[in-house]
Structure formats: structure tokens, C-alpha cells
Design a protein around this ligand. Sequence first.
Ligand code: AZC
Length: 801
Amino acid sequence: MSLTVTQFKKDFKKRLHEKYAIEVEDASNVEWYGALGSLVKAYYSKSLRKTHKQYIEEETKQAYYFSIEFLPGKMLKSNLLNLGILDVVRDGLKSMSIELEDVMEAEPDMALGNGGLGRLASCFMDSAASCALPVHGNGIRYDYGLFKQRFVDGYQVELPDSWLQGGNPWEVRRENKAVEVRMGGTIALVPDNSGNLIPRYYNAKVLRAIPYDTHMVGYENGVVNNLRLWSVEIPVTEEGNYLTLEERQEVENITAVLYPDDSNYDGRQLRLKQEYFFVSAGLQSIVNYYLRSGQAIEELPEKVAVHINDTHPAMCVPELMRILLDEAHLSWEKAWNITVKVMSYTNHTLMAEALEKWPTQMVEEIVPRIYQIIQEIDRRFVADVSEQVGCDIANRTRIIQNDHVHMAHLAIIGSHSTNGVAKIHSDLLKNVVLHDFYLLYPERFNNKTNGIAERRWLQLSNEELSGVLDETIGKTWRKDPGALKLLEAYRKDKKVLKKIAQAKQHNKKNLAAFIKQEYDIEVSSDAIFDVQIKRLHAYKRQLLNLLHIVKLYLDLKENPDRHEQARVFIFGAKAAPSYDYAKTIIKCINEVAAMVNHDPDIKGKLKIAFLPNYNVSLAEKIIPAADVSEQISLASKEASGTSNMKLMLNGAVTLATLDGANIEIKDAVGEENIVIFGLTTEEVYQYYRNNNYNAREIYENDPTIHRVLNAFIDGTIPNISREGQEIFDSLVKYNDEYFTLRDFNDYVKGQETIAAAYQDTERWGEMCLMNIANAGRFSADQTVERYAEDIWHIEAVATEE
Ligand code: AZC
């Protein structure tokens, strides 16, 4: 959009007057933010209405991305960038003595997700709008987002994230789009006048679902899509239908908190209610919208695609069946045909404990009609498959097994597409984890390697590097990340390498200043900034990183004059509140940090900064300043990873196992521009097959490992008598589930390679450049375009800009 500084200032002052009755100079940054946010929303409202109208008039097929998590982070700067008014607004504010960065401080980080899965959903929202693709999100408007993390005595403490407290300028409550969702009670099927069996509900709770819409602004293209988040409300009850205080509380809980767990299946009833709540509300509103266009329900798959992001929304399958059977009165066969065509599903993890299974009794209690439909889907599936392929495979793949509903099975059987999120992950799905399903439906399986919104992860968060890129290769990369490849021509150009290095140095200084100011840790920007930022999980092996740090520390203690490349190890990681082992690792990292950071013998060669409350905003500060990207999960465990992509895009060199998308990063940058170590997936599986891994033997025979592990139990590291023992036992006594000790020496070698490469400035510069130049293929723009073409069968709409 076009906007002048003068016009902006006028608009901004007017907003402040109207909204807060205050002058610019008297307002706080919270008020500046509230005014600016609502002004920006007004700026894009015309495009929003236009996009909406265009979809209706052109009868565009639209896709709906159902996800129980979205992790957008802050939206102000991103919206300004995408509207093309970032500079004008920044200048306009400056002329009123306001720094945009101060205004941004007042925006809460919208964290309605745990980690990779939720952030991916938000990157997709940004990319879909930017590619003019008709894709909308559908999720839950949690009153409280992911907990805020603090460290007290080195332990993680969780605080509530009341992100809505100060108001939210981006959302619009759509009162007239509310729908009713039924839960509980019992069901009887009774014939209607024409003899159809119609379900009658007895004692069901009727909940009111209110949508709050947040708009997804495309990058300089005039497209604005919608992220619809549902909130529960107590319905206005008929007389006599009075809810007790407890019952009201129970209802309100449904959209109160995000489950702070991204890996373990949590069997709490409330989670199941959340899942059904947003699935039912979302699908009802989609079908209502579709039917308003006057088209026949039979044609639904021509106009609507529904994506099931991991299994949490898998009840989309029986819920759409319910709508088609009970409300549109279609036959089972017709309804099933439509449902399978509309639905598609992404799997995000191979970890067995994350595969959702619900006790049948619980499903029947909470959503009785849905349970009936699941039973019927299962019955027909078993009959078909047994007849065509045999009973064994039918029994292994059926939805209801051992009194549990297997959500992944439901999603696969009820949809036309199942994809993994990196090549190796999709191959493991086909060949190992979901092999039986692959035999039944080979055509349904496909891969869609994850991607990242490069606008946020480069243009917004790394303005220094963006400037260097503009100067060197022009600005096309801003619209087309593939154009980053042009940078490769400069790999030997010392001037360009120097400018990139200077941009990095600038960002490192900023981060160092932030770390000093917030956490009083002194770090030198001349040191390697070695970064591991992700959820804390045993399989991601933050512990491997820590063991190496302890080794470096012990080496330096033994020989304080030893020449050692100075390093700063930066961690960001939350642990699920109930995941004790992950919390133990956090405590140990913090205690090692306290020990190392204050030891004068180390002479500053080693620093550890475990930054609390890792979230999208913190990631935006850390990533531009990273030299080394730690992607060290045990091969076969990380489905894809996305921080690996963000870090490479910002010129960090990856130290990685051959896991998830690391393999594709290696292919993109070439072996000489990445440092690979550790077991391969095949080797890991071989250990499983032969059952011959022996961690104790490694501990007993490898003097380095022996010494490092002993430091956890002999008092060398203070204040971890319980935690150190737990770590030690997990590795030695319980045989090191994630082969940390097996990969240790190889990892140390990898770290040595990194340090040597870093000392050769030109060599390092070239590695960084090659990473930036080849990150374009991990743009989420490309990824959503693949989803659009192969899975959703939707097309981009025409845009003017
Ligand atoms: C994550 C995967 O662990 C990560 O490898 C992947 O990059 C990301 O999804 C996006 O696909 N999974 C989750 O965050 N959570 C679950 C339940 O899988």
C-alpha cells in the first residue's frame, strides 16, 4: 500500500486521540502499540474485504489448516513489512521521537504453540498469504499461551502467560459466526418421517464456540487470509438448564490453556475435549460458509480442502461424516467419498510416545455420536481390508485396537494424503512406522519437506544481512528466496565475505549486549557463538552438547594456558512441566554454566548462556548472531527440524547428525560447508535389531568419557548431587537410550573441525555464504506451493500488486 510519512503521522495521532484520549508525547509504549496495531489493521481492512469477496465471486477452492497450535510470535513488524510500510512507519515514529523497537516491546509474543509444529503452522500462514493461496488457519484461542520459563536456582519454573491481558489489537470477535458444539450425554438413533435414522441427543452439553479472527497479511500482494481461533463460552441457557459454578468452570477450561507438551501423548480428558471443540466448530463454520454460496453439498471436495496438522485434529474425519450424515442426510458411501477427498494429514513425529491413542470409553463418554461413527468406519475398514488383503494386516491397521482409538490410523484411513516433513522422515513412515498402511494405500504417501517464512527469519530479524544481500545481489530475493542462489557467485569475493562477516559481528555484539543487560553474563563477540535452540528433549541431545562443554572445561582446568578457540554456548529450551528428565538436564546446564562462567582459570575462553523463556521473539534475536547451528539429535528421531533452516539462512554453519532435514541441508550446501558426525539411521536400526549397544562398556573403556561422566557424580559440578546421578544413571545404568556416548567422540571431532574452520577467516566466510545462498529451497513459500498443488489442489488467486 502507499502511505506517506505525513499521512501516517496524522493517522497515528488521530488513533491515539480516539482510542486513549492522549497526546503522542504523553502516551506509554503500550498505548502507542495499541494505537499502531489498530491503525495497521485498518490499513489492511480493505484488502481483507477484497480478498474475501474475490474468493466468493470466483468460487475459489479454499484450504483450511486445522492445527491445535499456532505460534505466530509478534505480528506488528511482520504486518508492516508485508504491507510495504515498515520504513514509512519507522520514519514517521522517529519524527515523533518514538523508536519502532520500543513500540514493539509492548506487543506480547503470541505463543499458542509448543515448538516446531506450531511454528510451522504459522510460517505456512504467512507463506500462503504471500503466495496468494487461499489457505486459512483453524485453531484454539487459548486464554493462556505456552508457560513463561524462569530459572530459580537453576531449576525451570513455569509462570502463566496471560497474553490477552492488555488487549489484542489484531483479533476480531465474530459474534454472528458463533456455532454450537455438543459434548457428553447419550445418543439414540430414531427414524424420521422418511425412515432415516436420526440421532437424538440426551443430556448433551451444548457449548457456544465463538470465533476470533486474526488476519494473515500477504507480502506486498494485497492478499489477506484468515486465522480463525475458537473460544468457548457458556451458552445462553434455556430456563431450567442451569449450570453450576463447577460446570461453568469445566466449560471454560476447554479453551483456557495450551497443553505444554509437544511429545508425550497426554491422556487427559480435557485435551480430547479441546480437540473435538475446535474441530467441530471449524468444520461447521466451513460447511455453513460453503452452503451459503448455494452449491450442492456433494460438490464440497471441489471447493474445500481440510488439512489435519498432526493427529490432534483427526476427529475432522468423523465430524465431517457426522455433518454429512446427520445434517445433510447423505448416504454413508457418499459421505465417506467426500470426506476422504476433502481430508489430508501430516505426520510430524516418529516418537512412539507422541502417537495419540484414546481409551474408547473416554471417547464414547465425551463425544458419543463421533464414537459411533468411528466404530462404523472401523467396522467397514476391517471388513474391506480383511476381504481384500487379509485379516492380519486389517488387525494391525484398524482404528480401534485394545480398547483404544488410534488417531493416526483414523487420519490415514479417512484422508487421501499422508505426508512426512522431510525426505528421510517420509521414507521411514513408508518403510517402517506406517509400512502396513503404505501397502494398503501406496498412492496416499508423499513427502513435503518443511520450510520457513524467510521474510520473518531474514528480512525482519536480520536487517544487517538483508542490507548486504540487497547491495550484492539486488532485491529479488525478498520476493523470491530462490534468488539467494545468486550469492554463490561471490563465494571467493573477499569484499562480500567481509561485509557478511561484519553483519554477523554487528548482530553478535547486539546479542552480547542483550545477554549482559538481561542476565549479567559477559560474552565476547570474538568467540564462536554456538547455538542450540529447541524444546528440551532427550532425543534432541542437549546432553551431548553439555558433555562436550564439560570436556572442554576439564581440559582447560588441566591446562589453563592451552590454546583453545573461545566459545560461547547459547541454549534456549523449555521442558514440558511433567518431563522430569528434561528438567534435570536444564538444571545441569545451568549449574555447569554457573561453574564455568565464574572460573578465573578459564579466562573467558568458555561461556555458557542458557537464555530463559525461549520463544519466537528470542529466536529472532539469537539466530542472526549464531555462528554454529547445533542439530545433533540421534539419527532417525527428529522428523525434520526447522531451526536448522533458520540458522543456515542466517549464515550459521551446521554441526549435524544425518537426521531429518539436516540431510537435505547437506545436499544443498555440499559436504564441505557443513560438519556431519554420528551414527546414521541405518546404524541406529542395526543396534536395535541386534540389541547390542553397551553404554557401560564405553564408559568403562573410554578414559575421556569416564572422566566427563564422573564429573556429574563426584562433586566436580556443584549443586547437582541428585540430578548428576540421574544423568549418570540414564547413560550408564539404563544404557543411554539415545546413544549419546556412542556419538560423543565423533561429536568432539566435529567440534574440532568447526573450531579449525572458524580460525581460517576466509574459509569460514565462504561456508557461511554458501549456507545463505542455498537456503532458498527451504522457503515455506515453496513448501506451501507443493501442498497446494499436490495435496489440496488449490490455485493462487490473481493479485494486482
Ligand atoms: C515437530 C518435529 O519434532 C520437528 O522435527 C518438525 O520439524 C516439526 O514438528 C514441524 O514439522 N513435532 C512437534 O513439534 N510435535 C509433535 C507432536 O510432533
